[in-house]
Design a protein. Structure first.
Length: 113
């Protein structure tokens, strides 16, 4: 769960960096500053994925990335795409951790020869 989430949020920070390059020509410093802040927070959030707060901040960043579509319209599509990847990482990660915990519990119950 943690690795999937961290990889999704790291890729989002790279995409935001490219979106900043697109916004550089036609938008002012405020739009660029907000985009830079989103990119930086995305990169820093990847390190917080061990804690539940990382998932909360990451979820809020999903909304911010979609909202950056006001500046770079392509970010509406890319933000929605990454938000769906974020949800998939969360739910599949939880399912995978449950399976792993079950396998570890079964391994501990088996007597060793």
């Amino acid at each position: 769960m943690r690795i999937l989430g961290a990889s999704v949020i790291t890729m989002e920070s790279l995409v935001m960096g490219f979106a900043l390059l697109l916004a550089m020509d036609s938008h002012g410093w405020l739009a660029l500053s907000i985009g830079g802040l989103i990119a930086l927070l995305s990169l820093l959030t990847a390190g917080l994925m061990k804690k539940p707060m990382g998932w909360i901040i990451g979820s809020l960043l999903q909304v911010a990335i979609i909202a950056y579509g006001v500046v770079v319209p392509t970010m509406y599509f890319l933000g929605a795409l990454f938000a769906s990847l974020w949800a998939i990482a969360y739910f599949l990660g939880r399912k995978g951790e449950a399976i792993r915990a079950k396998l570890l519990a079964e391994r501990e119950q088996k007597p060793s020869i």
